[in-house]
Each structure stands twice: as C-alpha cells, then as structure tokens.
Write a protein that binds this ligand. Structure first.
Ligand code: FE
Ligand code: FE
Ligand code: MG
Length: 171
C-alpha cells in the first residue's frame, strides 16, 4: 500500500476522491455502452458521419474509464467490480436509445455530454490545489467531454440545416 503519493493530497479525504472517481467510472462505462449501441442502431439522413463520430466517442469513453480505474488503484481504492453498481453510482445515468433516428440519437448523446461536463467540472473544483494528480486527469477528461459536446452539436446542426435546405428546394 502507498503511499507518499497520497501524502501530497491536502484538504480532501482520499476516500472522498475515490468515491467521486468511482461515480465517474460508472458514468464512463455507461457512456461507452451508450455510444457503442447507438453506433449500431443509428439510421437516417447523414447517419454515416454520425457512425464515425459515435464510434470515436465510444473509444474515448472507454479510455476515460481506464484513466479513472488506474487513478483509483493508485489511490489505494478498488474500481467498481460489478456492472450492477454502475447504475447505483452513476451521476449521468443511461439513456436507452428508443428512437433510432440520427437526430434523436445525437440529442440523447448531447444530453449525456452536458451531464459529463457538469460532473467533471465539479470534480475539477473539488480537487484543485488539493489533489493535483487527480485534478490533472479529470481536467484532461473534461476537455474531451467539451469537445464531444461540440462535435455532436455541430453534426446535429449540419443535419438539421441540410434537412431544411432540402425542404425549401422541393417547395
Ligand atoms: Fe468520458
Ligand atoms: Fe464524452
Ligand atoms: Mg468527436
């Protein structure tokens, strides 16, 4: 067990950091699966470009889960061991795709990213000047989530603009 590494954590309990990270860990696995399955079922206009974006985001969320699991281990904690716990610990939940149309799928995904941004922004605030290593990791993840939201929003705008153009042209 450590850890001089833990002795540099000041003003926040290590157990509290582990608790927050495990909640984010649950979010990342659920986000990974949501993107994974959305990429399979999405249909509709320009859905090919959505497939590429959703697959990239799935890979990013899995990488985030890995970054968080490694930090939890470093802190002397244990990442959630049972997928059942993902649902009891998650901040952002899981949005089961009900409507497979690309715009509906993108809207669900955007909601998820907005929740992730709020979650990581709060962990960044709680660890700033207290647990620099966790702070650095969650800041990197936060930057990815901001990019995810932007990518999805831009894609959704492209698709809805295109649909509007088509509607106008056939009037
Ligand atoms: Fe993520
Ligand atoms: Fe994300
Ligand atoms: Mg992207």
């Amino acid at each position: 067990m450590a850890r001089v590494g833990n002795s540099i954590i000041k003003g926040i309990e290590v157990d509290e950091v582990i608790r927050l990270l495990n909640k984010a860990y649950a979010d990342e696995w659920l986000a990974y699966y949501q993107y994974y399955i959305e990429e399979k079922v999405v249909t509709g206009i320009m859905s090919k470009s959505a497939v590429t974006e959703l697959a990239e985001h799935a890979a990013d969320e899995l990488r985030h889960a890995d970054m968080i699991a490694n930090r939890i281990m470093q802190l002397g904690g244990t990442p959630l061991l049972n997928p059942k716990e993902w649902f009891t610990h998650t901040n952002c939940g899981y949005e089961e795709p009900k409507d497979f149309d690309v715009v509906a799928i993108l809207e669900d995904a955007i909601k998820g990213e907005q929740c992730a941004i709020k979650t990581y922004s709060s962990i960044v605030d709680l660890t700033r000047d207290k647990d620099i290593v966790t702070y650095d990791i969650v800041s990197q993840i936060l930057a990815d989530e901001v990019e995810h939201e932007e990518d999805l929003q831009a894609l959704k705008d492209d698709i809805t603009d295109f649909v509007e153009q088509v509607k106008k042209s056939i009037k």
